[in-house]
Design a protein around this ligand. Structure first.
Ligand SMILES: Nc1ncnc2c1ncn2[C@@H]1O[C@H](COP(=O)(O)OP(=O)(O)OP(=O)(O)O)[C@@H](O)[C@H]1O
Ligand SMILES: [Mg+2]
Length: 225
């Protein structure tokens, strides 16, 4: 069973010669197909925690492991390969590439993975259809609404069929109707394909759909469900 484990991780930033301790000594593990939500006030460190768990940033102390791999001890090339093949990340602010069409944005992970085959192209078409963005495939991102951009970001994170999907406030900037559509899509993907969800969210309605809920506050991660 695939898992990601954080062992005693701490993160500090140095800002203007002062140390900002975001969190300290967090222990956390997530297995394939689990759905975990992380709540906490703005600035508590949710994005930082997700980035570290996904190998996009490093902890100041402690280690993050994916199966037998310790992120601190492996070459960057191996870490990139692990991320590309196993993780999908939906950023808090989409990060779509402005000069590429929707279909091209969604294809990037497959191209990086040297897997832009006919099969993969067909699968990307199904993904776009399922997320209801297929009719926008040749448009540039700026033409899309917030909800559509978010669905594109989710599609891109799913291109390589990850086992772990990180979602940083996936419904934070959406109205209630769009938020509800996205929430249903994510829960169905997890249930249907056994994809683990690690989701930072403030949304109380969404949070109820998760197996476990954690609260990040005062530098600690507390399990509340
Ligand atoms: N690269 C960085 N350099 C310096 N400080 C940072 C950096 N990234 C984050 N921080 C600080 O770390 C703290 C945690 O930030 P983070 O973005 O993880 O919070 P968050 O819980 O995701 O907040 P929000 O709910 O607003 O998205 C904040 O005080 C932030 O200013
Ligand atoms: Mg954040």
């Amino acid at each position: 069973m695939n898992s990601i484990e954080c062992k005693n991780i701490s993160k500090s930033f140095i800002i203007n010669n002062e140390i900002l301790d975001v969190f300290s000594n967090i222990n956390f593990k997530i297995n394939e197909s689990q759905k975990i939500a992380i709540s906490g006030r703005s600035g508590a460190g949710k994005s930082t925690f997700l980035h570290i768990m996904a190998g996009l940033d490093k902890p100041t102390a402690g280690v993050v492991e994916f199966n037998e791999y310790n992120f601190s001890n492996i070459p960057l090339s191996k870490l990139s390969e692990i991320r590309l093949k196993n993780f999908g990340f939906v950023y808090q602010f989409h990060h779509l590439l402005d000069d590429l069409t929707i279909a091209e944005n969604i294809s990037i992970p497959a191209e990086l993975n040297n897997n832009f085959t006919k099969n993969k192209k067909d699968q990307i078409v199904s993904l776009m259809k399922n997320l209801n963005i297929y009719d926008r495939k040749d448009h540039l991102p700026w033409k899309l609404s917030g909800g559509e951009k978010q669905r594109v970001a989710i599609a891109r994170a799913l291109t390589n069929q990850p086992k772990f999907l990180f979602l940083d406030e996936p419904t934070g900037n959406l109205d209630e109707e769009n938020a509800s559509v996205i929430q249903d899509i994510l829960i169905n993907i997890s249930n249907d394909f056994g994809v683990a969800l690690i989701t930072a969210t403030h949304d109380n309605k969404f949070i109820k759909a998760f197996d476990s809920i954690y609260d990040l506050s005062d530098s600690k991660l507390n399990k509340i469900k």
